[in-house]
Ligand binder design. Structure first.
Ligand SMILES: *[C@@H]1O[C@H](CO)[C@@H](O)[C@H](O)[C@H]1NC(C)=O
Ligand SMILES: *[C@@H]1O[C@H](CO)[C@@H](O)[C@H](O)[C@H]1NC(C)=O
Length: 310
C-alpha cells in the first residue's frame, strides 16, 4: 500500500470506529464569508469569517421552525455540526446568527439561508454540505464600489492570437512575425515587489489598480490594522516592520496570482493567508511574510517574465 492508500484506509478505520455501535451520525459542514460590500455574493473582496455562529433550523410537526443545532466557525471560516441518529434534514436550512462575538464587525446582518445537500453516505454516516453563507457588516466598507456598479472580477486573459507560421517553402522576403503580445497569464512568472512599481510594467496591473484600497481588497481585518486610506501602491512601499512587510509581500503575491495561473497562490489563498496571519501572533506574521517573499521571488526556479509595456 502506498501512503495515500494507507491514509485512506486509516480514515476508513476512524469512520468505522466512530460509527460502530451508534445510531449513526449526520455531519453538516460549510463556510461563512464576510460580504463586506453587502452585495449579496462572494466577490473578490470577501474573506472567510472566524467566530461567527451558524444555526440549523428545521420545521417541526407543527410547522414551526426549531433550532436543531448551532456551531461557530473556525479560523478558516468553516463549521461542522454533528447530529446523532441521522435526523431528517429535509426542509432544514442553515443561517448565520447575527451579533456574534468574534465576528470582527461583520456579524450585523445575515445573507440568505442555505439548504444542506447530502454529498456522501457511508455506514450510518451522512455528510452534508451547505453552500457558502454570508455575513455582513452594518454598512458596506467605505471604499466598496457603489451599489449598481459590479465589483470587479478577475478578467479572463485574452487568448493570444494563433501563431502565424510561415509557409514551409520560406520566401526570403517574408515580413517578420508580429511580436508576441505580453500575455504571460499561462506562463509561470513571479515578480518581486520592486518590479511591480516600475512604470514600464504598469500594464500588468490588470485586475486591481494601484489606487485601490487595501481595506477593500484584503478585508476588515486589514482595514483595522492598516487603516482605510492606504492604497495597494502605498502598500508596495511598506518596509521596516513585520506587518508592513506582510502587506507589501501579500499585495505583491496577489498581483502575481492574477498575472500567472502557475503562481503558487490563487488570489483567494493570498487573501486568506494574509488574514490568518493578521489573526495570529507576530511570529505568524513574519512566517507568512517570508512565505510570500519566497513565492514572489519565484521559489528559486521561476523568473519574472515582464516585458516593457508599449
Ligand atoms: C526586477 O527587479 C530586479 C531587481 O531590481 C531586477 O534585477 C530585474 O531585472 C527586474 N526584472 C525585470 C523583468 O525587469
Ligand atoms: C519549481 O520548483 C517546485 C519545487 O521546488 C516545483 O513544484 C515547481 O513545479 C517548479 N516550477 C517550475 C515552473 O519549474
Amino acid at each position: 500500500m502506498d501512503w495515500s492508500h494507507k491514509l485512506l484506509f486509516t480514515a476508513f478505520l476512524i469512520v468505522a470506529a466512530a460509527t460502530h455501535g451508534t445510531q449513526g451520525d449526520a455531519v453538516v459542514t460549510g463556510t461563512v464569508f464576510c460580504d463586506q460590500c453587502k452585495d449579496g455574493q462572494i466577490s473578490l473582496f470577501d474573506y472567510p469569517l472566524y467566530g461567527i455562529k451558524v444555526a440549523m433550523a428545521c420545521p417541526g410537526s407543527d410547522g414551526q421552525f426549531t433550532i436543531l443545532g448551532e456551531e461557530t466557525t473556525n479560523w478558516l471560516g468553516n463549521y461542522a455540526m454533528r447530529f446523532q441518529g441521522i435526523p431528517d434534514l429535509s426542509g432544514c436550512y442553515a443561517q448565520v446568527l447575527t451579533g456574534g462575538q468574534g465576528s470582527m464587525g461583520c456579524g450585523m446582518a445575515a445573507g440568505a439561508a442555505q439548504y444542506p445537500r447530502l454529498v456522501f453516505r457511508m455506514f450510518n454516516m451522512e455528510i452534508y454540505t451547505v453552500d457558502p453563507l454570508l455575513s455582513q457588516p452594518e454598512d458596506p466598507l467605505p471604499f466598496c464600489p457603489r451599489s449598481g456598479s459590479p465589483v470587479p472580477v478577475p478578467v479572463t486573459p485574452e487568448t493570444p492570437p494563433p501563431a502565424r507560421l510561415p509557409p514551409t517553402p520560406q520566401p526570403p522576403s517574408m515580413p517578420p512575425l508580429p511580436p508576441m503580445p505580453p500575455v504571460p497569464f499561462l506562463e509561470a512568472s513571479a515578480c518581486p515587489y520592486n518590479n511591480w512599481t516600475m512604470p514600464e510594467y504598469k500594464c500588468y496591473w490588470k485586475v486591481v489598480s494601484p489606487d485601490m484600497k487595501v481595506a477593500v481588497v484584503f478585508g476588515l481585518l486589514a482595514a483595522r490594522k492598516y487603516g482605510t486610506d492606504i492604497t495597494l501602491w502605498t502598500a508596495l512601499g511598506g518596509r521596516g516592520d513585520p506587518y508592513k512587510t506582510l502587506l507589501r509581500e501579500g499585495t505583491t503575491a496577489l498581483l502575481n496570482s492574477y498575472n500567472s495561473l502557475q503562481f503558487q497562490y490563487h488570489p483567494l489563498d493570498v487573501i486568506e493567508h494574509l488574514n490568518l496571519a493578521l489573526m495570529g501572533s507576530t511570529r505568524q506574521v513574519v512566517l507568512t511574510a517570508l512565505r510570500f517573499i519566497w513565492a514572489n521571488s519565484g521559489n528559486g526556479n521561476v523568473s519574472c517574465r515582464f516585458t516593457p509595456c508599449k
